[in-house]
Design a protein around this ligand. Structure first.
Ligand code: LMR
Length: 330
C-alpha cells in the first residue's frame, strides 16, 4: 500500500470510529430552570423529558433541575457555556448581556396580548433573534410563553403615582430598571430564587410577574394587592449550547427538534389557561386584584412610555417597529 493510500485508510478508520462512537453514545441533557414544576415552563420541561424517554431511549437521557436547585439566575448561562448543563429556558429579560435586541420583549405596553407576542416570535425578526447568539455558542431552539406581567405590592396600585417610593424586585434587565425608575419607584435586581426572602424581610415591597409565578412562589403571603396591568410579557427562550447540540448525530437532533416543536405547541397553548387558573386561585385566597379601566391603563402607559425612546438605540428601531406591527392582525 503506498503512503497516500495508507493515509486515506487511516482517515477513514478515524471517521468511522468517531461516527460509531457518536451513534452508540447516550447523550445526557441536564435541563436547569428556576421555576416550580407547576408552571408553564416547569410543565414544558417535564413533557420534554417524557417524550425524549419514550422516543430516544438509550440515545438521549434528560435530567430536570427545577427551582434553581442546580443553577440559578446568577450562574446558569455560564453553566451552559461551560457544558455543565445542556438546556435552559431563561426568561427573555435574562439575555441582555448576550443579545441586547432581546430586550424588546421588556418594553412596557409594546404587545397588546399574547397573540401579538406569538405573531412577532413567528415572524422574520422573531426567528432571527432566536439565532442572534450563535457566535457565542448559544442556540435558540424555541420560544415558550409564560404570560403577561402584573404588578403586585403591599398596597393598591391604581395610578402610576401609587408606585412612587416603593422598591420593586426586578429581573436583571436595564429596560425593566428604567421602567420602574420612570415611575419614581426603586428597582432592585434580584435573582428569582432570592425574591421571596426579600419580600419576607421587607427589602422590596413589590414585584412584577405573571400570575403563575406569583402563585407558585407564594408572593401573596407578603403582597396583598395586585394590579392586572398586563404591561409587559414574560416569555422564555429554550436554549442549548450549540457545540453540544451539533455533537449529536443528525438523526437524534431531528427527533429532538420534532419533540421540541410538539412541547412548544403544548406549552404555548396551555400557558394562558394556567395563568388564568392561578389568578382565580390568588383571588379566591384573598388577594385584592385591581382592574384598570381604559383611562387608568393609558395613565400607566404614558408614565412608562419614555422607556421606549431611552432604549431604542440599544434594541434597534427596526426590531421595535417589527414588534409593534405584530399587534395588527392581518
Ligand atoms: C423571574 O425572574 O421573575 C422569571 O424570569 C422567572 C421565570 O423563569 O419565570
Amino acid at each position: 500500500m503506498n503512503k497516500s493510500l495508507r493515509g486515506l485508510c487511516a482517515l477513514l478508520l478515524l471517521c468511522t470510529t468517531a461516527f460509531a462512537s457518536a451513534e452508540d453514545k447516550t447523550f445526557l441533557i441536564k435541563f436547569s430552570h428556576v421555576v416550580a414544576d407547576d408552571t408553564p415552563k416547569g410543565q414544558g420541561a417535564l413533557m420534554f423529558k417524557k417524550l425524549v424517554e419514550e422516543r430516544l431511549a438509550g440515545q438521549v437521557a434528560v435530567e430536570i433541575y427545577p427551582n434553581s436547585t442546580l443553577h440559578g439566575d446568577a450562574d446558569e448561562m455560564q453553566a451552559l457555556l461551560d457544558g455543565k448543563v445542556q438546556m435552559l429556558a431563561p426568561s427573555l429579560a435574562k439575555f441582555s448581556q448576550y443579545a441586547p435586541q432581546l430586550q424588546v420583549f421588556d418594553l412596557p405596553f409594546l404587545f397588546d396580548d399574547l397573540d401579538a407576542v406569538n405573531r412577532f416570535q413567528k415572524g422574520a425578526k422573531g426567528r432571527q433573534l432566536l439565532s442572534s447568539m450563535e457566535k457565542q455558542d448559544i442556540a435558540g431552539l424555541a420560544y415558550w410563553h409564560n404570560g403577561m406581567k402584573q404588578l403586585t405590592a403591599k398596597r393598591t396600585l391604581q395610578q402610576p403615582a401609587d408606585a412612587k417610593g416603593l422598591s420593586f424586585r426586578i429581573q436583571a434587565s436595564s429596560v425593566i430598571e428604567s421602567q420602574f425608575t420612570q415611575l419614581g419607584a426603586t428597582p432592585v435586581k434580584l435573582p428569582f430564587a432570592a425574591t421571596t426572602e426579600a419580600l419576607r424581610s421587607g427589602t422590596v415591597q413589590g414585584t412584577e410577574n405573571t400570575w403563575s409565578n406569583i402563585q407558585s412562589q407564594g408572593y401573596a403571603q407578603y403582597l396583598t394587592h395586585a394590579t392586572q396591568s398586563d404591561h409587559g410579557v414574560l416569555d422564555y427562550m429554550l436554549v442549548t449550547n450549540s457545540r453540544f447540540w451539533y455533537s449529536m448525530p443528525h438523526s437524534v437532533r431531528m427527533e429532538l427538534e420534532a419533540i421540541i416543536d410538539e412541547v412548544t405547541y403544548a406549552v404555548n397553548k396551555a400557558a394562558d389557561r394556567q395563568n388564568q387558573n392561578d389568578r382565580a386561585q390568588l383571588q379566591a385566597a384573598g388577594m385584592q386584584i385591581t382592574e384598570l379601566d381604559a383611562a387608568a391603563r393609558n395613565a400607566w402607559r404614558d408614565a412608562m412610555r419614555p422607556v421606549w425612546q431611552q432604549n431604542e438605540q440599544l434594541i434597534g428601531a427596526d426590531v421595535i417597529r417589527a414588534a409593534e406591527r405584530a399587534n395588527r392582525r392581518h
